[in-house]
Design a protein around this ligand. Structure first.
Ligand SMILES: [Zn+2]
Length: 337
């Protein structure tokens, strides 16, 4: 059955199945939780269940014309709104008022084929203020036979008045086991080795998108470089400071990755030095090496290093002199000893 095909998210599925079985569906939902953990899929399954020609215990059959049309986004009573870019090169995608107005026009009619009209607003927090205010009116006076589903990974960016008019359902990061199953399913074309699968799963933090996006080889190399840097760096080795600062300054496309890896590794080192166990760290696969490294500094020293990385991250998001900031950061590392 449709809901059960989706791995994880037992609680949201239970809430929605109960609502479907007792015909107690809210007129507006907010599905929130980190990116790529199944919010959109469950919203689509809910739309199918609401309009399915032969539902099974309230769940969609997945085979009828209505289910197939919703799956293909060709159902006349199913609307999917997502942020778009003004131009292909624009940095930010937004949901503009025009898209909301068009949706409002369509929602004014009775359902053409189905029982209810279902509108999904994906990344609802990217509605601009005009669009959000306009959408608020729809939430305040919901059109008949309409279910609205807002999806957001950043619900704190939504207008509080929008949130208060929705039934909120929180989605949790996927378990490692479920991430592994999904990766195996998606990556059937490639021959993934067990080591790679384990590494991607470990680094996913419960998000399929993150697990798939990882450029494993690059990450392993950068992490190796950072660990040996942390093992060597001191005021006696200024050559290490200057060579790394120069090399990193020249790789602006890698800054985000380098700084994120640094932060996660230093976090793990501070955790180990505070007496935490392997289950609490990110880089579990190199735990032994990290434990040894962690013991060479105090927790306070690791925390100072963490702050130095964070400050550099903020500085580099402006048009800072990268080499200078990397040098400063690495000197802070030496000083934190
Ligand atoms: Zn069906």
């Amino acid at each position: 059955m449709a809901f059960d095909r989706i791995l994880g998210q037992e609680q949201p599925k239970k809430i929605l199945k109960n609502a479907l079985q007792s015909s107690n569906i809210a007129h507006a939902y907010l599905f929130h939780g980190q990116e790529s953990i199944g919010k959109k899929q469950i919203a689509i399954e809910l739309a199918k269940s609401l309009n399915c020609a032969s539902p099974i215990k309230g769940d969609a059959c997945d085979g009828c014309i209505s289910c197939r049309k919703i799956e293909n986004r060709t159902h006349p009573d199913f609307f999917f709104i997502e942020p778009t870019k003004n131009t292909p090169t624009a940095r930010e995608a937004v949901i503009k008022i025009e898209a909301i107005r068009e949706l409002q026009r369509k929602l004014a009619f009775h359902p053409y084929e189905g029982n209810v009209k279902v509108a999904i607003i994906d990344n609802a927090d990217l509605m601009n203020l005009q669009a959000a205010n306009s959408f608020l009116k729809t939430l305040e006076e919901p059109p008949l036979a309409t279910i609205l589903i807002l999806i957001s990974s950043n619900p704190f960016k939504l207008l509080p008045t929008l949130i208060s008019r929705c039934q909120t359902i929180q989605f949790q990061p996927l378990t490692q086991e479920n991430i592994k199953k999904i990766l195996k399913e998606i990556m059937t074309e490639e021959k993934i080795e067990n080591d790679t699968l384990a590494f991607r799963t470990l680094r996913s933090r419960g998000s399929v998108k993150k697990a798939l996006a990882e450029d494993i080889e690059n990450i392993v190399n950068i992490r190796k470089e950072i660990v040996s840097l942390l093992e060597t760096i001191s005021f006696d080795r200024m050559d290490v400071v200057f060579s790394h600062a120069k090399s990193w300054a020249n790789q602006s496309d890698q800054w985000e990755l380098i700084l994120n890896e640094l932060m996660e590794l230093v976090r793990d080192l501070a955790f180990f030095q505070s007496g935490c166990t392997e289950s609490e760290v990110y880089n579990r696969d190199i735990a032994e090496r990290l434990k040894l490294l962690a013991s060479r500094r105090t927790v306070n020293s690791w925390l100072k290093i963490f702050t130095a990385i964070h400050t550099t991250k903020i500085a580099l998001s402006g048009n800072a002199n990268a080499q200078l900031f990397f040098e400063n950061m690495l000197i802070d590392f030496c000083e934190a000893a």
